[in-house]
Design a protein around this ligand. Structure first.
Ligand code: ZN
Length: 250
């Protein structure tokens, strides 16, 4: 993620594929429902950044429920020469083994849903496919492929794992410790709701996000408070890219 776009700060010198992609995505954005447009615009800029060489891949298909928008992302990626991988989403690795085996097996069985990884080249596509096959991935591997600061991805992973442990506690209460029933609920994608004020607060803490403007990065606490942090610098680079490509403001 140290690479910069060599000549990307003026639209007349921005390479043609980025400008063409940004124009096509801007047109497609107009058809996205207003409530989802911000998330879609962010996803589109992530794709332009991938085409510009700022990141190895763009993860699409999460957070925006719009078939036409997803089709536009795929079409623009293909026209820019990116490789498409449709595969299982990545879950955070659990290096200290805090998640029980029955739960890990049940989450792996969910399987059916896939996301789209729009990859810079075939080597990136193969690395992404290998991570999808593993299912649970290390923060460093995910950060490298998404082009995000590893500190932010690592904090996101810690919170996601804590959220999964909360989910397990809630399931244990609902199913009164019946492992088979809990595994069926997890495999079916049932999300148990907190039943106490304390658990609601815990869930809210674990799911709070601090978006880095113009990116999809969820900033870690250190990056969120430092204007020269890795996430803050990334934010400025993406803003410059959007301006140079005449992509809708963020
Ligand atoms: Zn960070």
């Amino acid at each position: 993620m140290t690479s910069a776009i060599p000549h990307a700060l003026r639209s007349d010198t921005l390479p043609r594929p980025e400008r063409v992609a940004a124009a096509a995505l801007s047109r497609a954005l107009a058809g996205v429902a207003p409530a989802q447009r911000d998330a879609a615009r962010q996803e589109g800029l992530d794709l332009v950044a991938t085409i510009a060489g700022l990141k190895p891949l763009c993860l699409a298909g999460r957070g925006v429920a719009d078939v036409d928008w997803h089709a536009a992302l795929r079409r623009v990626a293909a026209e820019a020469g990116l490789c498409l991988l449709e595969a299982a989403p990545w879950f955070p690795a659990d290096p200290s083994g805090t998640l029980p085996d029955w739960y890990v097996a049940a989450t792996a069985r969910r399987g059916a849903a896939t996301v789209a990884y729009l990859c810079r080249d075939d080597a990136v596509r193969r690395r992404a496919a290998a991570l999808s096959a593993e299912g649970r991935v290390a923060a460093a591997d995910e950060a490298a492929l998404l082009g995000y600061p590893v500190c932010c991805v690592a904090q996101h992973h810690r919170r996601a794992l804590a959220f999964e442990r909360l989910r397990i506690e809630l399931l244990e209460r609902i199913a009164q410790g019946d492992r088979e029933r809990m595994a069926r609920l997890v495999a079916a994608g049932i999300e148990p709701l907190p039943t106490s004020e304390a658990d609601w607060r815990r869930q809210a803490r674990l799911t709070a996000i601090a978006p880095a403007p113009a990116t999809i990065v969820n900033m870690c606490d250190a990056c969120a408070t430092d204007p020269e942090s890795a996430a803050a610098r990334l934010s400025r680079r993406y803003r410059a890219l959007a301006a140079a490509a005449a992509y809708p403001g963020t």
